[in-house]
Design a protein around this ligand. Structure first.
Ligand code: S3P
Length: 433
């Protein structure tokens, strides 16, 4: 699908963002392993979190919606999963594949995890290595999916220092640790999103600038109600759009503001953005607030170092903000972007250059010379939801019309994204886009 986005005069309105994808995957997985029936309030309809549910159903976990739209998950306990009779299809979702692999490593059966073309190109040795150390047999093809896991119970407990700052690898090892003898410890020197340790209620020790996370093998997971806040990563597109388009005011109620996720807010503010944080509160064990963004003028910044994992998914849209900022913005230490749903460094550079931006590419990031005049043209999503949506934001500021090829992939994390853009810009919503 090609989506046409034209330059907007202003963006006005309120956006009810989709629920947080990272928290949703974890809530579903923990509910499946819990003793008893859990309820998930605001489970996202987006494709990635739905992939986690369909894999869990194949593993014998009853999951259904009740009359109030709440997702009910009948937990099977740590020992109750059933061998799947087909490969588990993780779709586009790296989080589904990597976290589920940790659980499957501790099962007394074999399973195969597969994904779409994009997921089939992503590196899996990073989870295979620790799972093998724990005693599972894990087979890949050139380091990529399909991922075959012959589980083993109990697994060996390990102490694992993360070689890459990755919440997915961290979570994979911690979930496998539930099926290990004794204590499994993950050491991270660069903090990544902390939902897994929060949701499991793990003991976290900070020592010499490193975080030690320990899970007790066999730890029972109680059934409970999980409430899922709205996704900061989805808010990011509107924080940037509302800043760049003149005469704008966008309200974003109930957005998750976990500090390990929300670094883009600090970076945009340091660039000069006008974002108000109102009504701060706690929802589902996570800090949330209402955000209000109004147009403002930005200046370039340097973004590098330990902050990167806390805004890794927001870098494509940050690069769009940088094209409109005065001066140079440099984003470094972000080589992980090359192994996301697509190579996000190459994809953003190609698309922004096509719009007329001056972009320098590094192995681990991008530099953008700001305040360029963007002119609408045809750009590509590279079948990556965050690239598609970032280019949607660029289309709101580029002169004329921007055509985004493969725009339908926004449904991976944000069904209805294009309609929300049209509504904020005061345009009629196409009946059949
Ligand atoms: C995620 C962690 C991040 C992020 C991804 C979701 C998670 O990946 O990019 O979209 O939910 O744990 P890495 O941990 O591999 O960096």
């Amino acid at each position: 699908m090609i989506r046409r986005v034209s330059q907007a005069q202003s963006l006005l309105g309120l956006v009810e963002l989709p629920p947080d994808k990272s928290i949703a995957h974890r809530a579903a997985l923990l509910a499946a392993l819990a003793d008893g029936t859990s309820r998930l309030v605001n489970y996202p309809s987006a494709a990635d979190p739905q992939s986690t549910l369909s894999c869990l159903r194949q593993l014998g976990v009853p999951i259904y919606e009740d009359a109030h739209g709440i997702l009910v998950v009948e937990g099977r306990g740590l020992e109750g999963l059933r061998a799947p009779n087909q490969p588990l299809d993780c779709g586009n979702s790296g989080t589904t594949m990597r976290l589920l692999a940790g659980i499957l490593a501790g099962q007394p059966f074999a399973s195969t995890l597969v994904g779409d073309a994009s997921l089939s190109r992503r590196p899996m040795e990073r989870i295979a290595a620790p799972l093998r150390q724990m005693g599972a047999v894990v087979t890949l093809t050139d380091g990529h999916p399909p991922l075959y896991v012959q589980g083993c119970r109990p697994l060996r407990n390990i102490t694992y220092r993360l070689p890459v700052p990755s919440a997915q690898v961290k979570s994979c090892v911690l979930l496998a640790g539930l099926f290990a003898e004794g204590e499994t410890t993950v050491i991270e020197s660069v903090p990544s999103r902390d939902h897994t340790e929060r949701m499991l209620g793990l003991n976290v020790v900070e020592l010499n600038g490193e975080r030690y996370l320990t899970v007790q093998g066999g730890m029972r997971i109680p059934a409970r109600t999980w409430a899922i806040p709205r996704d900061f990563s989805a808010a990011a597109f509107f924080l940037v759009a509302g800043t760049l388009v003149p005469d704008s005011e966008i309200r974003l109620p109930g957005v998750g503001l976990n500090p390990s996720r929300s670094a883009l807010l600090d970076v945009l503010r340091a660039m000069g953005a006008n974002i108000q944080v109102e009504n701060e509160r706690v929802y589902g064990g996570e800090p949330i607030a209402d955000l209000v963004v109004r147009s403002s003028t930005l200046h370039g910044v340097q973004v590098a170092g330990t902050i990167i994992p806390n805004l890794i998914d927001e870098i494509p849209v940050l690069a769009v903000a940088a094209t409109c900022a005065h001066g140079r913005t440099e984003i470094r230490d972000a080589a992980e972007l090359r192994v996301k749903e697509t190579d996000r460094i190459a994809a953003m550079a190609e698309n922004l250059q096509a719009l007329g931006a001056r972009v320098e590419v590094f192995d681990d990031g991008l530099a953008i010379e700001g305040r360029c005049r963007l002119r609408g043209t045809t750009v590509r999503s590279f079948d990556d939801h965050r690239i598609a949506m970032a280019m949607g934001v660029a289309g709101l500021v580029a002169e004329g019309e921007t055509l985004i090829e493969g725009a339908e992939c926004a449904r991976i994390s944000f069904p209805g994204f294009w309609e929300v853009l049209d509504r904020l810009a005061g345009r009629p919503i196409p009946a059949n886009p």
